[in-house]
Design a binder for this molecule. Structure first.
Ligand SMILES: Cc1c2[nH]c(c1CCC(=O)O)Cc1[nH]c(c(CCC(=O)O)c1C)Cc1[nH]c(c(CCC(=O)O)c1C)Cc1[nH]c(c(C)c1CCC(=O)O)C2
Length: 358
């Protein structure tokens, strides 16, 4: 292990990294093979994670840097992905802003006192991120040290719209209709909330970069619930602010699930990479996003439940469809909890063994 002094981030330099494939890809360089990682790779489907879950609550796991680091490293050691993503959650932001957030076993997030009207905004604030989220930065620093240059480290945050969904609805939902109703009936309060989340997220991600994140990804898991016009007005305009504030300091990836209609607008934010799900072909995504931006995705996570030979065949087809350049192999959404570890490994190894024919 290297020195115990604090890590000084050098986000654009990869000289100390043994595997910098994903960084070079995001910078637009041609690489010897396609890099690969999996959204939600830390946790859920890994037996060692499930053991930790019996001993510590979800937020204990997030807030104890030694636990967060151990969980972050599990897929590096056990599945062989080309990047680590810090173990944390998008809901640490609503918590830091002053809302109570619970994670109910088997049920998901629960916020007992959600935001429902303008006066509720008095209950939340833009936090000092060092004070309220210092544990995330500690976890990033410790993970960076433990990784010892093996692979780059990805930091992340939820997009403001996706965080509003949980802060207003108070729990998971297929439609987030209370969150939408809030935006459509009280637009002034909704935009005030979105701006507060945006300001917090910018400060938060900047500190993640200082603590060692080589890449930051913005997860807009519920972007696809909005019409193209509403996506622009409620989601993309805030993502644009976040990317603008970060893109000269760190490599950025925007993943707005289901919002493929706005790939052109997302590319125009200047993000280095855009995540896509399995409901769009690589060719159409490339056409919409333009030639420059890197595309990340887009394997259907449920297909990891298929037999291994099927996974190998379908991953090979996906890689061919992306054409070899400007692509980071990933799933089109998070890995499912019931995926066998050797199926996840088959996904990763198929990418690693594939060579695109010139
Ligand atoms: C919407 C969202 C959340 N959290 C996240 C998103 C965006 C990505 C997506 O759409 O999947 C992001 C997230 N959550 C977690 C990570 C860790 C890093 C990684 O492995 O990618 C990341 C990147 C850990 C977690 N966050 C959570 C778990 C599972 C809880 C547990 O294992 O006890 C993990 C490993 C809990 C969580 N947190 C959230 C939900 C809906 C749930 C419950 C259902 C679920 O398991 O996904 C909110």
């Amino acid at each position: 292990m290297t020195s115990s002094t604090q890590h000084t981030a050098t986000p654009t330099s990869s000289t100390t990294l043994q595997n910098d494939l994903i960084l070079r890809t995001l910078r637009g360089e041609q690489t010897e093979r396609t890099p690969v990682w999996m959204m939600r790779q830390a946790g859920r489907y890994l037996p060692d994670y499930i053991k930790l879950r019996e001993k510590y609550s979800f937020f204990e796991r997030c807030e104890t840097p030694e636990l967060a680091t151990a969980i972050t490293l599990q897929p590096i050691d056990q599945v062989g992905v080309d990047a680590a993503i810090i173990f944390s959650d998008i809901l640490v932001i609503p918590k830091a802003m002053g809302l109570e957030v619970q994670l109910l076993e088997g049920k998901g997030p629960f916020l007992p006192e959600p935001i429902r009207q303008a006066s509720d905004l008095n209950r939340i604030h833009i936090p000092d991120v060092q004070e309220s989220l210092g544990y995330v930065f500690d976890a990033l620093r410790l993970t960076k040290k433990e990784l010892n240059g093996r692979v780059p480290l990805i930091g992340f945050a939820g997009a403001p719209w996706t965080l509003l969904c949980y802060m207003v609805q108070g729990k998971g939902s297929k439609t987030f209709d209370d969150a939408k109703a809030f935006c459509y009936t009280q637009p002034e309060a909704a935009h005030r909330l979105l701006q507060m989340i945006t300001d917090t997220t910018i400060a938060y991600l900047k500190e993640q970069v200082k603590a060692g994140a080589d890449i930051v990804q913005i997860f807009d898991s519920w972007g696809g619930l909005l019409s193209p016009a509403d996506f622009e007005n409620i989601s993309l305009r805030y993502i644009r602010q976040i990317v603008a504030a970060l893109k000269d300091e760190v490599l950025t990836i925007v993943f707005a699930k289901g919002a493929w209609h706005s790939l052109e607008g997302m590319a125009a934010t200047g993000a280095h990479g855009l995540g896509i799900d399995w409901c769009i072909t690589p060719a159409l995504a490339r056409q919409m996003a333009g030639p420059k931006v890197v595309l990340q995705g887009n394997f259907d996570p449920a297909k990891l439940l298929a037999p291994i030979p099927v996974i190998e065949q379908e991953v090979t087809q996906m890689l061919a469809a992306f054409g070899g350049h400007g692509h980071i192999a990933n799933l089109g959404h998070g890995i499912l909890p019931n995926v066998p570890v050797d199926h996840a490994r088959a996904f990763v190894n198929t990418v690693k063994n594939y060579r695109h024919k010139a």
